[in-house]
Design a protein around this ligand. Sequence first.
Ligand code: HDE
Length: 755
Amino acid sequence: ESNPLKAAVDKVVDMVTEEGDPAAAAPGRPSVRPPQLEEPTRPREPLPPKPDQGKPEPYTATGRPTGGSAEARSQGGAHLTTAQGLRLPDSDHSLKAGPRGPVLLQDHHLREKIMHFDHERIPERVVHARGAAAHGVFKAYGTAETVTKAAFLRKGVETPVFTRFSTVVGSRGSADTVRDTRGFATKFYTSEGVYDLVANNIPVFFIQDAIKFPDIIHAAKPHPDREIPQAQSAHDTFWDFVSLHTEAMHHTIWFMADRGIPRSYRTMEGFGVHTWRLVNDRGETSLAKFHWKPKAGVHSLVWEEAQIVNGVDPDFHRRDLADAIEAGAHPEWELGIQVFPDTPEQTFEGIDLLDPTKIVPEELAPVQPIGLLTLNANPSNYFAETEQVAFHPGHLVPGIDVTDDPLLAGRLFSYLDTQLIRLGGPNFGQLPINRTHAPVNDMLRDGMHQTAVHTGVAPYKPNSLDGGCPFFAGNEEGGYVEVPAPVEASRKVRQAPESFDDHFTQPRLFWLSLSPVEREHTIAAFTFELGRCYEDAIKERTLRALAEIDPYLCEKVADGLGLPAPRATRELPSVTPSAAISQVGKEWPVKGRMVGIVADENSDLDTVRALQGKIFEGGMVPIVIAPTGGKLGADSSEPVTAQRSFATARSIEVDALILAGAPGKGEDAYATRDAKAWSGAVDAPVDPRVVLMLTEAYRHAKPLGAVPAARQALDAAGIPVDAPGVAVGDGDAVLAQVVDLLGRHRVWDRFPVQA
Ligand code: HDE
């Protein structure tokens, strides 16, 4: 009884037996099943079984429960086993001829363990390799019923979903806050089968024809000789391509602007990019574009902040999403559609709806909300879910159809093709995360990693041996019933329509829609990116493209590069700016925002506690930052726990900072040395790490607050108390002002703007 392992095993056996597990109760067979046997995709409800597939597990081919594999998956089993279910007494030592002798080839456990480990990695996605995902639910408002018969868009229908966000260019281990486009892919497990909305956070794409996808991606990925730079567009090959291929300019200016560095996945818009064809239950069609609108507003980082985050917390977006969901601040987006008449020319107000480098401004076609997405559960296992999920723009349901957008056609081929190799065979639809919730009765058979145990002898149609089963659905309820849209009678050509030739009007529309501060950011981004290129010819060619967008933009970037600014080759078109494009000037809920509270032993802990409580009440997250870890007022009846110390905190983590004290200089010269140099506060009486936090937060236009006793810290950081977005006063008053400022995301008028 003194053996601790045996005691643990007995305890588990007791627990299971108490719960009345029949396997455990079987005489003479002590069960070692753990109390939890859920699938790794918990907390989603288990998927309903498919009628033609034997469950892959936990049954063996002879119908007996396996037990072992389920234990291994929950990691709660009392005994370690091999893949074959053999219990192991040792997994720490190879089998050797004597303690100092050679390892023996007959050690099967060693070979199995190493073999499996050797194959743990699968190829990463060729694009969108770095991502984070969550489970959730989509609830339809019913407002789309007039234009589409899709069952999941009927009023009140709730559909389980899985959403994966990603960067495009970087590899799996790259940093989150690089300047890039973001993916926003959602799998709807609808009653009619899986529907995937594979979207991006930018409404247009680099290219108009899928045949150029390998070109743009080769240009954006690291250089083939040294494999640098990682996850960056600031290099010669990228700008070489986009300057030679000006249809990319519209997408490029979107991600040179603040959309390229989102604050959070929670604060990104999503766009289906292509125009889709909707069909209602009367067979009437319309054309539509999909939009995701974040309830929290569209917010971005500022560039210096994004760069600091890359080093301080490369998992910033991934962590933010998971933390928010775990804290119950479930991110929400409204799905909306812009609807256009399905006319033979497929244009709207002169805009070609088949050109994926064009938007339709929301002022011309409002985005009509059709449902609400709430992400409410984190994945249980990154590999099983986030890595193995396979989206496809061709996963459609009745009521949503494709159009002839030439970019879309190539995508319809590409996703299946890439998944075949990435997921190692044709059966990836059977992986738990990819399984439809609708009954499956396909005639697809065999192949690598077939987990279904199909029955029946006639997987072909027509057949008489299986009674002619399964049957076809009628056109009314069937999918892939294509709309008989007319196809232009023509010759075969490798050619784009003339309307695809206008590459500059919409970039100009975008530019003129930005607020002055956003224009400054965009100028700085172009200047930085081109400044990292070596070839002057590439810079000059890009400047010529910028001249066709706007002379001020071109001149400013040229100034920064030390090159002459070229002139436009034509008169610039007059465009009407779209207010919906700018991220500045609106008010948003503050739910889920992070507020740092700097405090030390001299701070009034009642104020700190009150601030914490009120921040929580407002749906935000307080983070107490103290000189060291541990507790402030440890001897008092209500000590305050420090979530961060001056050694682990950096301003980038918070959206606003409140000083509940002005912590003095620490003794530890080593720990504060860098901060002293970076903050410039060499002789200040305040801890230089606090000064550094303040100067950064100030530069990044974050709201700042201070109780009167903390003014000294503002002084040390050189921040005037009457500067924009700085509040000094008692805790309540300061918090109220900070929250008010947070609703506008940043203190925009703190930026010196000339544009
Ligand atoms: Fe993708 N894209 N794409 N893409 N895409 C992939 O599929 C492709 C495009 C998007 O989280 C790949 O399974 C082509 C537009 C997202 O798993 C690949 C073209 C939009 C994701 C592929 C495009 C997207 C992908 C790589 C041009 C927004 C990540 C791995 C014709 C509307 C999905 C994979 C996830 C992933 C091909 C253009 C969105 C290679 C050929 C436009 C969000 O098949």
